[in-house]
Design a protein around this ligand. Sequence first.
Ligand SMILES: NC(=O)c1ccc[n+]([C@@H]2O[C@H](COP(=O)([O-])OP(=O)(O)OC[C@H]3O[C@@H](n4cnc5c(N)ncnc54)[C@H](OP(=O)(O)O)[C@@H]3O)[C@@H](O)[C@H]2O)c1
Length: 251
Amino acid sequence: MIERLFPNPAPLPHGALEDEMRAAPASRPRSNAPWLSFNFVASIDGAATVDGRSGQLGNAWDQRLFMLLRHTADVIVVGAQTIRAEGYGGELLGAEAQQWRKDNWLSAHPPLAIVSGSLNLDPDMAVFAQAPVRPLVLTLETAPAQRREALAEVADVVNVGVASLDVERTMAELASRGFRNIHSEGGPTLLGTFAAAGRVDELSLTVSPLLVGGPARRIAHGPTDASQGMVLDRVLKADSMLFLRYVRPTH
Ligand SMILES: NC(=O)c1ccc[n+]([C@@H]2O[C@H](COP(=O)([O-])OP(=O)(O)OC[C@H]3O[C@@H](n4cnc5c(N)ncnc54)[C@H](OP(=O)(O)O)[C@@H]3O)[C@@H](O)[C@H]2O)c1
């Protein structure tokens, strides 16, 4: 069973969980401004990976919530290293979710936006070859021209920075395509980039009941410290796993 611990404790039977996960945080401004959410899983001791991937940190509940968070996304933003590690080939949502989106005036498939400075991505990768909608690649003006040309065959390749990613330019580029619910599944370098710019509106974090130790990184890292205060918005619990949602404070 999964239950809500905060706010308003209650069990969440089938149907209620779907509604809960698709609802925006109460404090989200009622505006057309783009809203950037991230979703991560970490062990109790803060590891974002086990053996280089996140899969062992999750379970069936985590997987279900991970998928539900995609339902309302206009675009799903993912760092290139996560694509290289996890694959991301094929449809990102099942038939039922696609139907729900169509019933709610959304496109059946949220496109994927891959962030890559190097463009070290093979156009034959499943993420391109099996994509139900043409992906977007967010890159830098300094990216190698030959790779850009090759990827342009399978994706829309656009610049969002000169030598490093410009967060505001990235948000403006996504907003110009009509994307308002901008959802990211990481990874840590990408979260670190947006956290350093103080641009993370919402963070869903699954706390997995594991002690991992070892050299694993945290869910965010980067060259600059970012100390952005966040407000607890929701806590769900299933077995020993916690699902936390934090939002940026409204001023
Ligand atoms: N625990 C979780 O919830 C979770 C979630 C996602 C991923 N992961 C794990 O995290 C690992 C990957 O971590 P990561 O931090 O390396 O991945 P990442 O953030 O997915 O990808 C990093 C890559 O994205 C591009 N990128 C990100 N920020 C950039 C910036 N500011 N400027 C230019 N390019 C930028 C670069 O691509 P190029 O190298 O192509 O230039 C960079 O190497 C994988 O093992 C994955 O399984 C865990």
